[in-house]
Every structure is written in C-alpha cells, then in structure tokens.
Design a protein around this ligand. Structure first.
Ligand SMILES: O=C(O)CCC(=O)C(=O)O
Length: 314
C-alpha cells in the first residue's frame, strides 16, 4: 500500500504541527469551512466560494500604482516595470543586489554544502537555506525589495521559502500556485536572483509574460481531484503536460532571462515559468528564489492537499 496516496498520512503528521498550521484557522472560519488545523485542504473546498482578487489583478497597476507612497523613490526603469505588473505579471530589477552581497551569498552556500548543513533535494534544489543564514535572510528581507513586493501585492508579505541552485533546474513550465496554493488565489509572490552572469547554455529561467491572467490550473484541471480518502492519481508530469497544452493553445510567447549577477525578476503567483535545458553541463547557473506569502490567505499544497507548514523565522 502506498501510504503517500492517502490523506490520513498527512493528517496524522500534521496533528503534531499545530503551531505551524494554526494560522489557517481564522480563515477556515471566515470562508465557512468546517476544518481542523490538520485537515486536508484543496481547491475543491472552494469551488462554491468566489476568490476575491488582489488589487492589481482587478484594476490595472498602470492606472493606480503610482499613487503608492513608495513609487516615487523607484528608479525610472523600475517604475516602468512596476507599472506593467498587471499586464505582464513580472517585474525586472536590474543590478539590484551588489557584487559584495552576491559574493557573500555564494560563499555561504558553498560553506553550507561543504559542511553538510544543506543538501540537494528534487535534483537541483537547496531548500530553505535562509533559515540557517543571516546573509540569505537579510537578502530576502531587503527593505527595498519588501517595499516593492508590498507595493505589487498592495499588502505586507512574509518570506516563506528560499531555494538555491548551482546548476539550471531544467524544470518544465509551471505556475507556483500548484505548489504553494493560496485561497484567495494569488497571495504568493516570488523573487528570482541571479547569483552570477547567466548565458543561454546553462539553463536560464524562462517565463511567459501575461500568463498570470489565465485561469489557475488546479487538481480538477488535470483530473487529479481524488476522493474523500485518497489523493488524485495523476503524476506531476501529467500536470506539466497540461501546462504545455495551455501554452500551445494560447500561443504564449516565451521569454528567457539572460540575467547579470545581481539582477532580480519578481513573478506573480500564477506566472508560468521554468528552467531552460542545460546545454553546457559543466557550467553553473547560480541563482536563488525567494517565495513570500501575504498574511491573509489560507496556504496549502494543492497536489497533496496538505496545509502549508509555516515556520517564519525572525
Ligand atoms: O530557476 C529555475 O530554473 C526555476 C525556478 C522555479 O521554477 C521556481 O522556483 O518555482
């Protein structure tokens, strides 16, 4: 028997995680869901509830965002990118982190790997290194960055996760909202940081401008709903195939981010993105992703129907 396919496996595990899960309880009440902190949760619980939109998913940032008190302090190139947030679903901040900041970050990761403090998961990902590193944490909580993120979301955000890469991920196109789902939808935002100059041979990041406006692809969209006791039986590749189909049907145009060391790309919770194929297998593609949640949403993992464990660190 594959216990991972049964919801009770996760419920049992979560029974001992009240502290990290209780943040969802007031929102279960708000949306009239009869759930405990350890209960399974997925988009199926919200099929009859309208998902309120975030400000710049309902009105165009081009018309309004310049009224934000922090807007005037932005560089002109950033202002242009921020104004286009509603339309494009991403913002580029060139040369955002200094050479010194990036070098310190790379040294920290090297040291952590050498000491065995972190290891690779899912092939190429070093997960949550920021929890052990003041250097990474202070980059994720950079005040200028947080100001821009809260401007785009029109509310405060909290750093939830870091992922470090040494090589290109080659991850197929996806939306983060299948992994870090929220209700209301869209209460996640991501920041991708180039930790060195990146060329087309080492598997750069790709993304599809405007794809965040497409409907969120959730379990029911690839026949992965499951039953009362069991999770759906589709694979992650089935999800990726569905996304590939949507990209084709909508004739979406891909962009590849040939970033310079210190450049940042911020993406919307539903922007489709992934990693290009690695051609130069000897080359590195050092980069880091930060994910942030807002404080006013239920957070869960759609595929395994688990509520998200939040371990915010100061
Ligand atoms: O950096 C990459 O290649 C992809 C990263 C990514 O897809 C993610 O963190 O969601």
């Amino acid at each position: 028997m594959n216990f991972r396919k049964y919801k009770f496996t996760y419920q049992l595990f979560n029974l001992f995680k009240r502290k990290q899960l209780k943040y969802n309880i007031p929102y279960y009440k708000k949306y009239g869901l009869n759930k405990k902190y350890f209960s399974s949760i997925s988009s199926e619980d919200f099929v009859n509830i309208d998902s309120p939109l975030n400000l710049y998913d309902s009105i165009d940032s081009n018309d309004e965002i310049s009224k934000n008190p922090n807007f005037d302090s932005l560089k002109n190139s950033v202002k242009t990118s921020v104004l286009d947030w509603s339309k494009k679903g991403y913002v580029i901040l060139e040369n955002f982190f200094t050479e010194q900041e990036i070098d310190l970050c790379n040294k920290e990761i090297e040291k952590f790997l050498k000491e065995g403090k972190v290891k690779f998961k899912y092939n190429s990902k070093i997960m949550f290194a920021f929890r052990q590193s003041k250097i990474l944490k202070s980059m994720g909580n950079d005040k200028r960055l947080l100001k821009i993120l809260s401007m785009l979301m029109n509310k405060k955000v909290n750093l939830f996760q870091s992922i470090n890469f040494i090589k290109g991920s080659q991850q197929r196109t996806h939306s983060d909202s299948i992994h870090m789902t929220t209700f209301p939808y869209g209460n996640l935002i991501a920041v991708w940081v180039a930790l060195e100059d990146i060329d087309s041979t080492v598997g750069p990041l790709h993304y599809y401008p405007g794809s965040h406006k497409l409907p969120y692809v959730l379990n029911r969209d690839y026949d992965n709903v499951g039953s009362k006791f069991k999770l759906g039986n589709k694979t992650y590749a089935d999800y990726e195939d569905q996304i590939e189909k949507i990209v084709g049907e909508n004739n979406l145009k891909k962009k590849v981010f040939l970033a310079k060391k210190g450049d940042v790309l911020i993406w919307h919770a539903n922007l489709l993105h992934g990693g290009e194929k690695v051609i130069n297998t000897h080359g590195t593609r050092k980069s880091m992703v930060f994910h942030y949640y807002t404080n006013d949403a239920i957070c869960f993992h759609e595929i395994t129907q688990r509520p998200t464990l939040k371990m915010y660190t100061k």
